[in-house]
Write a protein that binds this ligand. Structure first.
Ligand SMILES: Nc1ncnc2c1ncn2[C@@H]1O[C@H](COP(=O)(O)OS(=O)(=O)O)[C@@H](OP(=O)(O)O)[C@H]1O
Ligand SMILES: [Mg+2]
Ligand SMILES: [Mg+2]
Ligand SMILES: [Mg+2]
Length: 456
């Protein structure tokens, strides 16, 4: 925890600058928090990035700051998350490397290595492997007693007697990945983990979330269906504090830094690797996006295979949502599977607001990534009645879109509530993410106009 005193922040490296504080009325974007503005616009980025979540604000004499107005001088208690963000980005990079290795071996997979869960959704070595790896690394970096994780997978299937070969594969995959930790600037285990330790690491992710305290939210492989089909998927890690998403990191191993390579990627997979990749080096490496709430910035870096040789902060580039606000030129994306979201309802909505392009159907939170970096303008998801959205399917993506300048709410225009356990309780009808407020408002109105006549 750090203090911003008299509106002058002294960064650890020295130097100082003024920070002006504005209460924000933009609840959908900032959840009613405070915005920081430095006295010089060039310093704004540094100021907001340097400041973490604001815990309290008061006048110099300690009296509370009124809720409106402009403050030149204030005391500000902030929580900084630089270590958490650094570790989260590195471990997501490691997890992407694990997934790529497993996906590349996919062709040789036996069917029994892809398991079906009770809801018939698939789960693989990569899902368990990433969950074990992230859990182990976070515990190692922050202390086992300080780490609480809400995550998708459990050990039920893996612990069954007839799945010992599968469990062995998971343990092997985790150990190969953890052995790489030093190349990502992280500490690996002194000796390979045993079966018990891997199972423990997976099962430790048993937090139920909620409105208080700090916990991580992990979807080890989001879009497992896309993953097993050789298509898009994401590794999603978020940090929550007192019910708010503070950090979001999204690893997208098949989503190239440059959109132009995406078509190539799809073509490449369709032809089952009969093509040789383009010569431009890292086309296939995918990307990792990340953002810290309230910073007003979102970043993207390529998948990196050797952190030791890489100055990752310098190879990151800032991302921003698209500036297109005319629906006629907008692209809307949605889930691939129509069982996950009503394609007919969104087609009607798109038509009624004047969207002309065909929907971009993409597996996983790569849809959030597409909005955050301006490859698409609208994301809509309307699950069937009775389905409850889980926080790990959205947390990381939401904060990244918001910090890249976009808007994410439910269909009633309210922010998604991540504070009520593992589900997005109280979600009104569906999820709408847009690059800007204008498009967002149009979609919300269109939902209201057509909801009653829908079968949802
Ligand atoms: N019935 C139903 N309705 C809505 N959502 C569901 C449903 N079943 C599953 N899921 C969750 O959807 C995650 C994948 O969502 P997507 O939006 O990427 O859908 S799709 O794969 O593109 O069709 C997927 O995440 P992963 O399990 O991590 O792949 C699920 O949590
Ligand atoms: Mg799943
Ligand atoms: Mg998921
Ligand atoms: Mg998953």
């Amino acid at each position: 925890m750090a203090w911003l005193s008299h509106a002058i922040y002294l960064p650890p490296a020295g130097g100082n600058f003024q920070v002006h504080i504005f209460p924000t009325r933009d609840r959908a974007r900032y959840g009613g928090g405070f915005l920081l503005r430095s006295s010089s616009s060039t310093r704004f980025a540094a100021a907001s990035a340097a400041c973490g979540r604001i815990l309290s604000l008061s006048e110099e004499d300690g009296s509370p700051i009124p809720s409106v107005g402009f403050h030149r001088s204030a005391r500000m208690e902030v929580e900084t998350y630089s270590k958490e963000l650094d570790v989260a980005v590195r471990v997501v990079q490691m997890a992407c490397s694990l997934c790529q290795r497993v996906q590349n071996e996919l062709v040789g997979w036996k069917r029994d290595e892809i398991k079906s869960k009770d809801d018939d959704s698939p789960v693989t070595i990569a899902d368990w492997g990433v969950q074990a790896t992230v859990s182990w690394v976070l515990s190692q970096c922050f202390g086992i007693e300080n780490v609480s994780i809400v995550a998708e997978e459990d050990v039920q299937t893996l612990s069954k007697k007839d799945n010992t070969a599968l469990l062995e594969s998971v343990v092997g995959t985790v150990n190969v990945c953890l052995a790489e930790a030093p190349t990502f600037g992280l500490k690996g285990p002194e000796r390979a983990l045993g079966t018990k330790e891997v199972l423990e690491a997976i099962s430790r992710c048993n937090s139920n979330g909620g409105p208080k305290g700090r916990f991580w939210v992990l979807d080890p492989v989001d879009g497992t269906l896309g993953f097993v089909r050789g298509d898009q998927y994401a590794v999603a890690l978020a940090l929550m504090e007192d019910g708010e998403v503070i950090l979001g990191v999204l690893g997208c191993p098949n989503y190239p830094m440059n959109k132009a390579w995406l078509n190539y990627h799809q073509h490449y997979y369709r032809l089952m690797s009969k093509l040789s990749p383009p010569t431009s080096g890292c086309w296939h490496k995918g990307c990792v996006m990340y953002a810290q709430k309230g910073s007003g910035e979102a970043w993207m870096q390529p998948l990196i295979h050797d952190y030791g040789k890489f100055d990752w902060q310098n190879c990151a580039r800032k991302i921003q949502v698209s500036s297109v606000s005319d629906p006629a030129f907008a692209t809307f994306c949605e889930p691939v599977e129509k069982t996950n979201s009503s394609h007919s309802f969104t087609a009607g909505l798109a038509h009624s607001v004047g969207v002309r392009k065909q929907p971009l159907r993409v597996y996983s939170m790569v849809k959030y990534a597409a909005i955050a970096r301006g490859d698409a303008e609208i994301f809509m998801k309307f699950a069937r009645a009775g389905y409850k959205e889980k926080i790990w399917d959205h947390a990381a993506g939401v904060v990244i879109i918001q910090e890249a300048g976009g808007v994410v709410t439910d269909a009633g225009g309210r922010p998604l509530d991540f504070s009520r356990g593992i589900y997005l309780e109280g979600l009104d009808r569906g999820i709408i993410a847009c690059s800007g407020a204008l498009l967002h408002e149009k979609i919300i109105k269109a939902v209201d106009a057509s909801w009653d006549s829908s079968n949802l």
